[in-house]
Design a protein. Sequence first.
Length: 291
Amino acid sequence: MTKPATTPPRTAPAVARTPEELDRLRANLGRVALVPTMGALHSGHRSLIAAARDHADTVVVSIFVNPLQFGPNEDYDRYPRTLDDDLAICAEDGVDVVFAPPVEVMYPGEQMVTVSPGRMGRVLEGEFRPGFFEGVLTVVNKLFNLVRPDVAIFGQKDAQQLSVVRRMVRDLCMPITVMGAPTVRDADGLATSSRNVYLSPEERTTALALSRALLSGADASVTGPVGILSAARAVLDEAALATPPVAVDYLALVDAHTFGEVPNDFRGEAVLAVAAWVGKTRLIDNVPLTL
Ligand code: PAF
């Protein structure tokens, strides 16, 4: 009789709470890949961890809900914090080190010096969430300095964040390779996000309009920017009449490198991006397009 195949047990990752603990673990790690997260890990994060594994000897996942990137009326307090589940996922996925600092370790006092994202950080997400990219770049900079990774992996789901981080690394001469990993979608098309847990079943059904709109825009890509935007807009307009409705913050077709809106004769890599509210949940999604 053949024995059923069993998955070999994974060892739990080492957990560091402070820079000193991280430093002790940081010695002799070989090539290090960092996956920065705010926890509440899902299949999207797991794909980043898998990509990290392909590019390094050691995978470090940081778990830190960064207060600096939340506005005063945003969901910092209710953001899901699921450290035990996250550690179990990290063990299953063979993560070597989890860096999960408390807030007072990352921000022991007033954060006087921050990193400015420049004009890329003032459009789209930056316009609707003032200070967001400054908060993201500041914490990512700290994480880079503490973990000292060779590679850092970010999801394409947060396309503007990925571009702004790439630009910081380039403009500030940081010796790190930034890699993007494709958006992971659930079977119904919804992009995975830690915030999807906020959605009621009805809201989730309405939220599917975001991925449908992007698909419709992508299908119209031969028609150029005007055609792409109007195809996507038609889906969102219809979803604005649903119960519950979609309330769009922005729908934009932007240059993938600068996040400036593209002119109608644009040729190159673009991103069709959307942000919208369904109930009290703000969702973002995007699709990369080559025009
Ligand atoms: O994408 C996220 O989860 C966060 O913005 C990041 C990159 C971990 C910084 O806090």
